[in-house]
Design a protein around this ligand. Structure first.
Ligand code: SAM
Length: 201
């Protein structure tokens, strides 16, 4: 059960909050989870709380600056011991994750875009996002979920949305349950969206 205090993002209809609702409903205590874009670590903290003391979260980011912030937040929240941080392109996550975690991961989260408050030029890109997403589908366990928060309001974010939706539309329905949410009445042009895929076979 996700409560208000677990939600650092304000409105429960915010795209990141919705991604957390999905993750919180599917992840179980003791699960493995991967945060593919650690950033300031707010999502990593959330995942670490949900998987509990027996669970493990691996978090990746290209930027040392981001990982320092993520680590500080994990320490404040007493979640550091159940997390592993890697300064690495998420397209290469398979190099680091233990091989025996393949097919046993409860959730992957891709909160795309750039580091809030950081360099807007360092953003996720369609090529590496698609490569990482494809591998995530191979590593997820039965019943597990791959969740992506998309930001189509900036040019690379729009391209990421396009390639991911194309990729998802070609997946077999018998193996994957798909959910895609956007906010048509937002005051923002091209507001964030949520894409989630649950492995059912
Ligand atoms: C929107 S932020 C993530 C927010 C974060 N989850 C949080 O809770 O604060 C996106 C992050 O993705 C990182 N990033 C960009 N390209 C990446 C890549 N190829 N692999 C891993 N991280 C990447 C950026 O450095 C940035 O910190």
């Amino acid at each position: 059960m996700i409560t208000k205090k677990d939600q650092p993002y304000g409105s429960p209809l915010d795209a990141v909050a919705i991604s957390h609702h999905i993750l919180g409903a599917i992840l179980e205590e003791g699960d493995f989870a991967v945060d593919a874009t650690a950033g300031n670590g707010l999502d990593t903290v959330f995942l670490a709380k949900v998987v509990g003391e027996e669970g493990q979260v691996w978090a990746f980011d290209l930027q040392e600056e981001a990982l320092h912030k993520a680590e500080a937040n994990l320490v404040i929240e007493a979640m550091r011991s159940r997390t592993t941080l890697r300064c690495k392109d998420h397209a290469l996550f398979a190099e680091d994750l233990p091989e025996d975690m393949k097919g046993r991961i409860g959730a992957f989260l891709f909160n795309l875009g750039y580091l809030p408050g950081g360099d807007k030029e360092v953003t996720t890109t369609q090529v590496t996002t698609l490569a990482a997403f494809r591998q995530a589908l191979e590593w997820i366990r039965l019943g597990g979920v791959v969740v992506v928060v998309l930001y189509p309001g900036h040019p690379e974010g729009a391209r990421e949305k396009e390639v991911l939706l194309k990729e998802v539309s070609a997946l077999p329905v018998k193996s994957w349950q798909c959910f895609h949410a956007c906010s048509p009445l937002s005051h923002r042009k091209n507001p964030p969206e949520v894409l989630a895929l649950r492995r059912r076979k």
